[in-house]
Design a protein around this ligand. Structure first.
Ligand code: AVI
Length: 318
């Protein structure tokens, strides 16, 4: 039994059934997510681009106050289109060491390398393919001062426990003084947030439902996908946007290993959380994990933040 199968069975066996959002991203899920990123209501990528475009020089300046040269490590680097302008700025300012792009997809890393090396021919480039949770230890061999980038507000999709493990893991390969630039989606008018996860074209709905189609195809189950609908919810106090699949008619889903799951009408499957932060929550998260906040770089409306964190100590230095 593979991990995907095991995790789906474990999640569906809970009193409140759940499927991890990490399984959204098959080819169709990737395509739908790209569509989401272009939606008017889904403000996140636009805010991130605005910050990178308007604060690139500021980010570079802030880094240079701490040291003359920085290796840039990007976790989940993607095709490089988000980061290229920032890298250009750091290179022009003479503070960019090696750019180390980490991504699960070797194909995407190839696109990343082509783009970055074409746009910034002088850059020292290194790619580390694989799940960054597994490959991160390779960075211990890099002794130069580093800035880690974790863009895309992906931290929002982690449970509080996973956020802690993630921060510990990144801290585990850092040296005192290293920096961590993390993208956080900020708390704002809840109506704006609810709309972002319940778009008028129904792309997010298809994105959420696609996970069932994927499970049927890859794990051999028989979900009646048409018997589910997308239910997005946002709790403005906790700052948590949650996505559920709601079952519209009772039916039984079977898996090839013989597992059966009864679905009642109106029963929910929890599929995703997307946490929104306040600045003081970012500060507390940093402090809990041996980081301090250097500065929050935000868009004009303060919808989104690239928060630069400073690592206070490290295992190597203890
Ligand atoms: C990838 N991640 C930051 C997105 C988010 O906003 O939480 C995933 C997403 N889910 C629904 N729409 C977009």
């Amino acid at each position: 039994m593979n991990t995907f199968y095991q995790e789906v069975i474990e999640g569906l066996s809970r009193p409140l059934k759940r499927i991890s959002s990490k399984y959204f991203y098959d080819d169709k899920g990737d395509e739908l997510f790209r569509e989401i990123m272009d939606l008017e209501e889904y403000y996140l990528p636009r805010c991130e681009r605005e910050i990178l475009a308007s604060h690139g020089a500021d980010i570079s300046d802030t880094l240079s106050q701490f040291g003359p040269k920085w290796d840039i490590v990007e976790l989940g680097a993607g095709d490089g289109s988000k980061t290229v302008e920032l890298l250009r700025q750091l290179t022009e300012d003479g503070i960019c060491g090696t750019y180390i792009a980490m991504d699960i997809s070797p194909y995407v890393l190839k696109l990343n390398q082509e783009l970055i090396e074409k746009q910034i021919p002088d850059i020292a480039y290194e790619a580390i393919p694989g799940d960054y949770f597994e490959t991160m230890d390779q960075l211990k061999a890099h002794k130069k001062p580093k800035v880690f980038l974790f863009l895309g507000s992906n931290i929002g999709n982690f449970s509080p426990k996973k956020v802690k493990t993630f921060m510990e893991q990144v801290g585990g390969v850092m040296r005192a003084g290293d920096k961590f630039v993390v993208a956080f989606d900020l708390k704002k008018n809840p109506i704006v947030i609810r709309r972002a996860y319940n778009d008028s074209k129904g792309v997010t709905r298809r994105f959420n439902l696609n996970v069932l189609t994927r499970i049927n195809r890859e794990l051999g189950s028989n979900f009646d996908v048409d018997a589910f609908d997308h239910y997005p919810a946002y709790d403005p106090i906790k700052g948590v946007a949650s996505s559920y699949l709601v079952c519209l008619k009772p039916h039984t889903v079977t898996f090839p290993g013989g597992e059966n799951f009864e679905f009642k009408r109106d029963e929910l499957i929890h599929t995703e959380i997307s946490k929104k932060y306040k600045f003081d929550e970012i500060g507390a998260l940093a402090a809990d994990n041996h980081f301090s906040v250097v500065r929050h770089f935000t868009d004009d409306r303060e919808y989104y933040s690239l928060s630069m964190l400073h690592f206070e100590n490290s295992i190597q230095d203890k």
